[in-house]
Design a binder for this molecule. Sequence first.
Ligand code: G4P
Length: 543
Amino acid sequence: MPAMLMQNDSKPADAKPSDAKADPVARRRTFAIISHPDAGKTTLTEKLLLFGGAIQLAGEVKAKRNRVSTRSDWMGIEKERGISVVTSVMTFEYGDCVFNLLDTPGHEDFSEDTYRTLTAVDSAVMVIDAAKGIEARTRKLFEVCRLRDIPIVTFINKLDREARDPFELLDEIEKVLALDVAPVTWPIGRGRSFAGTYDLGNGRVRRLDAADDAGTVAVTGVEDPLFDALLTEDGEAATWREEAELAETGLKRFDLEAFREGHLTPVFFGSALRNFGVRDLIDGLARFAPPPRGQDADKRLVEPTEAKMTGFVFKIQANMDPNHRDRIAFMRVCSGRLNRGMKAKLVRTGKPMSLSAPQFFFAQDRAIADEAFAGDVVGIPNHGTLRIGDTLTEGEEIVFRGVPSFAPEILRRIKLTDAMKAKKLKEALQQMGEEGVVQVFRPHDGSQAIVGVVGALQLDVLKERLQAEYGLPIDYEPTRFSICRWITAEKEPELDKFIGSHGSAMASDLDGAPVFMATTAFSLRYEEERAPEVRFSDIKDYQ
Ligand code: G4P
């Protein structure tokens, strides 16, 4: 166990991870939270960290206009706009488990970052606003999870506010996401009369008015007089009993296998703001969420229990701390044990790399990691050696799959207002590209670089960071191109021929891979038809 993990005295009421405490891999739970903006992800993150003892104070979530958001948000632009741009990781211990919570940006303009992060988790918590149900972004992120068979735990949030009927919400999850639902808890009242939750599995009640650690109280069933005391409006308790009985007998029960295969989601009700239902959720994660799973590499499946260390980089972040210009590669350990000081092989270059100062991240802090296990995410400081998608091993020539790059939807040409700084701009763009802030394409005709993004806010981030971190004032110019595709061909001469005859529409990405840029969808189709031997792709696997 990493010695520097923050300790937490509070033991979960009934969390019993089925796996042995001593087994470091079995104890790990590596997960992300997916939701539509405003559903409560930031608030829930904070409350989970509080349970884990990773932060001391509640009430970090401030009003949007001046809030610092959770501690995982750090950039000026995020503070200004109240959005979470970067992805980071927070490690905390609770009960017998070590949780690695991978934070994802809420705004859809940064979805690439989110997709990459979802390649590094074993499960996800889906937060749903009880008044709104499934919203667009939740649905999209759910689909990404489904593609990767990531099991989902659902938290229906904001029960303390006006909320929709719980049956209706469950029905919507089932229909819209084609996912079976199994409520673990059931809300007692909602909105102003929200009084707590009833645990359908063990018949215990968690009261909203009880102090957080007061635990749960046993009841004799839905007939228990406690419900009359909690639901005092006329006929309220009787209606609730009918509903709860129906929930108990008429809905699916939790089934671990169906959950782990991604067919069924356990559902918890609560209020992140009131810190209610969060303990049940975290206990649920400890009990149900899978420990690290095997990871697909090009040649074989790598099991987490294998002795040799392997891992892949899914995120690069530069200049996290303005006082210490640094560059951190976030690596998910896939197998074995990472020891500080060990030598690893960077498979892309074949060169050895010393892991002299791997780091763990907490809510407000980071610390040197002496050892890490499968499922852990460590930050590796480096000076540009590591890139997104890189695989590190103890010598084996394998490459982990599944950290893709998507063809950008917006292309802009960089306009440098100070021509003397062209060389500096080139270096800065190289770094920003390697970090995944934007994609950078260098036109073959030697003209100024073109940057590509999925969402327009990425352009704002690039501009702000170039100014703040490199003192480079830039602007953007439109380009005649609107679409780009990576091109490949079975036979190299065919590819060369295409590249040669499309000089002014060709560019190279950071790895030197050829990219064809088209002005319209129509012209792209035209070129595709004329060159059937060339494959035009809108996804590129980092390899
Ligand atoms: P996000 O990260 O998913 O975008 O959501 P965030 O946690 O920032 O929550 C969005 C708003 O919803 C916040 O309000 C937050 O306080 C509120 N909220 C979160 N969980 C609950 C809950 O369980 N109950 C209630 N009643 N509110 C909750 P805000 O930013 O302070 O202001 P506003 O957006 O309401 O104006």
